[in-house]
Design a protein around this ligand. Structure first.
Ligand code: NCD
Length: 303
């Protein structure tokens, strides 16, 4: 049995290649030709935090592959957590009903806690500001699809690098490759020191910048994300940061024609709507790829 908790588990490039090859096959297939490797499997999606893409694309992937679903879309408000049940007990109980659990939870390390007691695979759909490993997989897939390869790319990662689990996961995943990273954020929400140390230990070339002015025209990939409002106790601290990494069409026009702009979405006050029709905007295609990569991942986990 295998859990999916962190992108660190995908350090094996052969595994990444195999998953991406399979995802590309799913992408090219008509839904009526999909196999049904999840037939007779029931997967639970248990979300203690809001989600649109992650929950729906997992639920679509599960059903596209012939599996069935149990879903708790608002576990924080409608599960027995409201009565005070621990996450561990909830997982032990769901173990009796499902063959796998996709979960999202506001606390860092919650997916590991769940995995420690679970008898079925746990897939981390986001644990606080820690990781969002399956998102990073299809972010990487989208980079590869658009640019042919990852090695040699100059990748800008912008936004709330302190709190964004998507940024944390993609930074870790692309650092397995020979890339040059530009980490772009206001000083107060820069990448936590222990994560920066991980990059140094890996020998990854990275630069920390407070804005993209001097590098934007050199980037092959700009990966944006909103300031993570829900992680701020004082709304004033959030409001002070919202304009700090706002991408306008004028800025996009200074980028290389073949560059791509990614964002895990939701886009909230961080990319101007006019950018959507620029050919460099790849974020809706990225979201669509979530289905195919999650299908490949589910097939690998459950077959
Ligand atoms: C992200 C998340 O929940 O971390 N959303 C997603 O899953 N695509 C990004 C975000 O909320 O900013």
């Amino acid at each position: 049995m295998q859990h999916v908790l962190s992108v660190k588990q995908f350090a094996d490039k052969k595994l990444l290649d195999a998953l991406f090859k399979r995802a590309a096959e799913f992408q090219a297939m008509k839904p009526s030709d999909y196999p049904d490797p999840l037939k007779n499997k029931i997967i639970a999606t248990v979300f203690y935090e809001p989600s649109t893409r992650t929950r729906l694309s997992f639920e679509s992937a599960i059903q596209r592959l012939g599996g069935k679903l149990l879903t708790v879309e608002n576990a924080a408000g409608s599960s027995s957590q409201v009565k005070g049940e621990s996450l561990e007990d909830a997982i032990r109980v769901i173990n009796g009903y499902a063959d796998g659990i996709v979960m999202r939870h506001p606390e860092m390390g919650s997916a590991e806690r769940a995995a420690a007691v679970s008898t079925v695979p746990i897939i981390n759909g986001g644990d606080g500001g820690n990781e969002h490993p399956t998102q990073a997989l299809f972010d990487l897939f989208t980079m590869q699809e658009s640019r042919g390869k990852i090695d040699g790319l100059k990748i800008g990662i912008a936004g709330d690098l302190k709190h964004s689990r998507t940024q944390q996961s993609i930074i870790r995943l692309v650092s397995l490759f020979d890339v040059e990273l530009f980490l772009i954020s206001p000083e107060s929400i820069k990448l936590p020191e222990e994560r920066a140390q991980e990059l140094r230990d890996n020998g990854t070339t990275f630069h920390e910048l407070t804005n993209w002015k001097n590098v934007i025209s050199d980037l092959d990939v700009l990966y944006c994300n909103r300031i993570q409002k829900e992680r701020y106790e004082d709304p004033k601290d959030y409001e002070a940061l919202i304009d700090s990494v706002y991408l306008t069409l004028d800025t996009v026009k200074t980028m290389k024609p073949e560059a791509i702009i990614l964002d895990p979405l939701p886009r909230v006050d961080n990319i101007a709507p006019e950018v959507d029709s620029d050919p460099r905007a790849a974020y809706f295609r990225q979201a669509a790829n979530g289905l195919f990569v999650r299908m490949a991942l589910l097939e690998w986990l459950f077959v």
